[in-house]
Design a protein around this ligand. Structure first.
Ligand SMILES: Nc1ncnc2c1ncn2[C@@H]1O[C@H](COP(=O)(O)OP(=O)(O)OP(=O)(O)O)[C@@H](O)[C@H]1O
Ligand SMILES: [Mg+2]
Length: 592
């Protein structure tokens, strides 16, 4: 079986799983559709019976009972029709809700490598548009089933109660109807899949140009972005036109009209020959005319079905990409309190990216960091320092070797326990577009006011916040853009400090800042490094010199390890990294 077919099967299974969860609602809708179709087809029969048994025979004795039956059937039909529509929409809404939640939860539990390979705009489109489209498919599913059900019942009534000769006339219609629906479905499918993709592409363009607003403006790339967006919109429009073209090719209504006309003609002949009653003639023709409406709806209901399936396939593919990282079954005994010892044993790691050369980023790393040690990680840009930090947090998993925390492989720890005990200040600080206070207490929402203030003071946040009119209530803007780089970093330091982690990792490699801020951040760093195991990735000579151990990385390998003095003597790579700084007069003074 080809991979595509297999995937098809899997996403359908996933859709059925969701439908099965709502089995009672689904059953209600299906029964409702049957009763609505059945009662609708009964009405022409009742009209036919009134004509034959009351009007033609001029016998009024049965009229009342027939009218009551007719009225009851109409009432049941009308109210159930409305009911099915409501239940259908409720079912769609429930499935949308469940799928959206499942999507969000799964995305949250995916490892970082998953996020390296997706576009945010795509995920946004999946979580908003695609699940909405699935809702519409389920809600409008009844409109897709109605025509089939009604044709089937009409055919049955013709054979069983009316005139089988005329039933034969309907066979070409049924065959052409099935042919049209199947052809329409097949030809429409690629357009619907495209439509979903194009919507995603539009979301990506919008997301990129908003996130990169400052880059767009500084490179005066507005026109370029506008063109990207316009061509996305145009592609969207052309795709719609394509679907209308397919629609015009597959239009079963014409055949139905021919069948209605021909049936009327033949039934008139039968009446003339006395082989068919007038009542039956009327009943048969109303039955066939009643098929016009559901035949009309088959176009948009099939379109809803196809776009729903396309959305399901996209959503399922995204959910099944890469394994989930949070697996709760691996819990073994783990120390409740971390001492903070970290060991790397033959660790090799390669970034698993789509369409990229898979060259190891880190190779055969072996080192030990003792509890309370302060370790500086240095090395040229791209040597793998940030990646190493992410391995400790288990954001990525090494392909070879193991990382031990207090003697236990980190793969054995529940992730939330592991990460709770590690404070991580990433290289590119991400702040939420909330207040400064909310950002600081992000890792500890239950923190008391004094705790937040203490953390802010130690991280040197307090001094600049006091200048703001709204103080800690100041909203920092998208990704914290309303703060300066140095301010952002200090908020991130306060955020990590508040959780009081046993291990602290500070990725501070890019620190091109003025000396006054440098000093303030330096002070903030010094404050939080105390009394815990710390790994600091930095170019700050003072921080490096005062570390217990320095690990020098180059091309993903450890090329030297030791303290400042030893490395100055023994490591050419270390001297090269700090060569310039060491010859600067100010730093030479510091050295003494
Ligand atoms: N998510 C990723 N996917 C694929 N490759 C990556 C990814 N992140 C980093 N790399 C690659 O891994 C290598 C190491 O990157 P890393 O960010 O660890 O370097 P670094 O030592 O922190 O550099 P810098 O000092 O510039 O911050 C680089 O060659 C980089 O291109
Ligand atoms: Mg880095």
């Amino acid at each position: 079986m080809s991979r595509d077919k297999e995937k098809n099967k899997e996403y359908r299974k996933w859709l059925f799983k969701h439908l099965y969860q709502q089995k009672y609602l689904v059953l209600l809708v299906l029964i409702g559709i049957f009763v609505v179709s059945f009662t609708l087809t009964l009405i022409p029969l009742i009209i036919g019976a009134i004509i034959d048994n009351v009007l033609i025979t001029r016998d009024l004795s049965n009229l009342l009972i027939m009218l009551i039956i007719g009225l009851t059937v109409s009432l049941v039909n009308f109210s159930l029709d409305y009911g099915v529509m409501m239940v259908g929409h409720f079912l769609g809404l429930k499935i949308e809700l469940n799928m959206r939640q499942e999507f969000f939860d799964t995305i949250q539990s995916k490892p970082l490598s998953f996020h390296d390979n997706v576009r945010t705009g795509d995920l946004l489109a999946l979580a908003t548009n695609d699940v909405r489209v699935i809702n519409t498919m389920v809600a409008h599913g009844s409109f897709f089933i109605y025509p089939f059900m009604q044709i089937f019942i009409t055919f049955y009534l013709l054979i069983e109660f009316l005139d089988y000769r005329l039933a034969l006339f309907c066979i070409p219609f049924i065959i052409s109807y099935i042919y049209f629906v199947l052809g329409y479905r097949k030809n429409l499918s690629p357009y619907m899949a495209n439509q979903m993709r194009m919507y995603s592409n539009l979301a990506v363009v919008i997301q990129d140009s908003i996130s990169g607003a400052s880059v767009v403006r500084s490179f005066t790339a507005e026109e370029l972005e506008r063109n990207k967006f316009s061509s996305g919109v145009l592609a969207f429009k052309n795709n719609w036109i394509g679907t209308y073209r397919v629609q015009s090719k597959y239009y079963p209504l014409l055949v139905l009209h021919i069948v209605i006309g021909a049936t009327f003609l033949i039934s008139c002949i039968f009446v003339y020959q006395n082989t068919l009653s007038i009542g039956d003639l009327v009943a048969i023709n109303i039955l066939l005319i009643a098929l016009i409406e559901p035949t009309r709806t088959i176009h948009w209901s099939t379109r809803d079905m196809m776009s729903g399936f396309a959305a399901c396939s996209r959503l399922y593919n995204s959910l099944s990409k890469g394994k989930e990282e949070i697996t709760f079954d691996k819990i073994i005994e783990w120390p409740q309190e971390f001492k903070g010892k970290i060991e790397f044993k033959n660790v090799t790691f390669t970034h698993q990216n789509e369409g990229k050369n898979h060259r190891p980023t880190l190779r055969n790393l072996n080192f030990t960091i003792e509890p309370f040690q302060r370790v500086a990680l240095v090395g040229p840009t791209g040597s793998g320092k940030s990646t190493l930090a992410k391995l400790i947090l288990s954001l990525y998993e090494p392909q070879e070797g193991s990382i031990l925390m207090d003697g236990v492989d980190i793969r054995n720890y529940p992730l939330e326990i592991l990460r709770k005990h590690i404070g991580y200040i990433e290289q590119e600080i991400y702040l939420y577009p909330r207040s400064i206070k909310d950002n600081i207490k992000f890792g500890k929402p239950e923190a008391l006011e004094e705790e937040i203030l203490d953390a802010a003071k130690l991280a040197q946040v307090d001094e600049f916040v006091r200048e703001f009119p709204k103080g800690y209530g100041t909203i920092v803007g998208e990704r914290g853009t309303r703060l300066s780089g140095g301010e952002r970093q200090r908020v991130a330091i306060a955020r990590a400090f508040l959780t009081d982690p046993a291990i602290l990792i500070l990725d501070d490699s890019v620190s091109a800042i003025d000396s006054e801020t440098e000093e303030k951040i330096g002070r903030a760093i010094e404050n939080i490094l105390k009394e815990r195991t710390t790994i600091i990735i930095t170019h700050r000579l003072h921080t490096i010199r005062t570390s217990d151990k320095i690990i020098v990385l180059k091309h993903g390998k450890i090329v030297a390890e030791g303290n400042h003095k030893d490395l100055l003597q023994s490591s050419e790579d270390y001297r090269r990294i700090f060569g310039k700084k060491l010859t600067q007069p100010k730093l030479k003074i510091e050295e003494k």
